[in-house]
Design a protein around this ligand. Structure first.
Ligand SMILES: C[S@@+](CC[C@H](N)C(=O)[O-])C[C@H]1O[C@@H](n2cnc3c(N)ncnc32)[C@H](O)[C@@H]1O
Length: 290
């Protein structure tokens, strides 16, 4: 009994633990300077909730204890990836903002084919999250390839969260996530699990065969581990977490990996208006390297 009550009070201690303003500020400054992600005071309760689970896993009692561990040299090596998994927002979907995939199909790909270039078409999803965006692109490109046999492509997905990169590499999703995928594409490219209680789908190998996934922090001063230029860069619903100065710098760095005339796609709530970047506006949220 005594043991039980000790356990109970330990649980209560956890529940009572609060992220103080001072500790929040330390986390917030770190998240902003290292990853570019804005974490204003209104997000204190959100961050507190997100960190709580991790703090419990580590059997720690306070946010301060966790902060000291994270900022220690050991924590910077061992904990930083778990911290990133917790602080990033990874919401994504198949066929999210579908006009972009229509534009790829109807304009970008035919234009590329007409040039008669004898190289794979290269596309990069920067901030790819768990892979739904990449596999939507892959279905679009595979469909095009089915009608244009000489067409080939390669895809790169990058993110700072290891959790989402692992999920993207597995390519397994709850069946409900693919409700939006047209039936014809589902039949061709997705495999259903036999598990009736927890139905999932797995993407077929052809959606993954031309895909590489890498860790990349868009805040890095240059993207030196990306040794190539692309025909298209998707950076959708990522810039929204950065302030304007950081957005401009990230777009300039991404543009260096875009071929002249290459296309750049952003999310529908993002804008490049007034920024000094080498991109011209084509349509809302679609740009082209000058
Ligand atoms: C909301 S998701 C967007 C996913 C996808 N592009 C889409 O539009 O559906 C944003 C992604 O950006 C990633 N991200 C945030 N800050 C980043 C940074 N500094 N470097 C690289 N990726 C970052 C997050 O980990 C997250 O997976």
């Amino acid at each position: 009994m005594e043991g039980d009550s000790k356990l109970y009070s330990k649980e209560l201690d956890c529940f009572k633990a609060e992220l103080s303003e001072k500790d929040f500020e330390a986390f917030s400054n770190f998240i902003y300077s290292e990853f570019g992600i804005k974490m204003p005071p209104v997000k204190r309760v959100m961050l507190q909730g997100r960190l709580l689970k991790r703090i419990r896993q580590l059997n720690m009692k306070t946010y301060s204890e966790y902060k000291d561990y994270l900022f220690s040299s050991e924590g910077q090596k061992e904990e930083i990836f778990n911290f990133l998994n917790v602080v990033t927002t990874n919401k994504t979907d198949f066929f999210r903002e579908p006009v972009h995939f229509d534009f790829l199909k109807s304009s970008v790909l035919p234009e590329y084919s007409n040039k008669g270039i004898n190289e794979p078409f290269k596309i990069w999803s920067a901030g790819c999250s768990s892979g739904e965006e990449l596999y939507t692109i892959s279905m679009t490109l595979n469909e095009y390839k089915a009608e244009h046999r000489s067409f080939s492509f390669s895809m790169l997905g990058t993110d700072i969260s290891q959790n989402v990169l692992t999920k993207a590499a597995k390519g397994i999703y709850a069946s409900s996530k693919v409700d939006i995928v047209p039936l014809e594409l589902k039949k061709k490219y997705l495999l259903k699990s036999k598990d009736k209680e927890n139905p999932t789908i797995k993407v077929r190998p052809e959606l993954q065969s031309n895909l590489r996934l890498k860790y990349l922090n868009l805040m890095d001063s240059s993207y030196s581990n990306i040794n190539e230029t692309f025909d298209v860069v998707f950076c959708r619903n990522v810039l929204i977490y950065f302030d304007r100065k950081t957005q401009e710098s990230v777009i300039n760095k991404l543009s260096m990996h875009l071929k002249p005339g290459g296309y750049f796609f952003i999310g529908h709530s993002e804008s490049l208006t007034g920024m000094d970047v080498p991109l011209e506006h084509i349509k809302p949220t679609i740009f082209r390297k000058k």
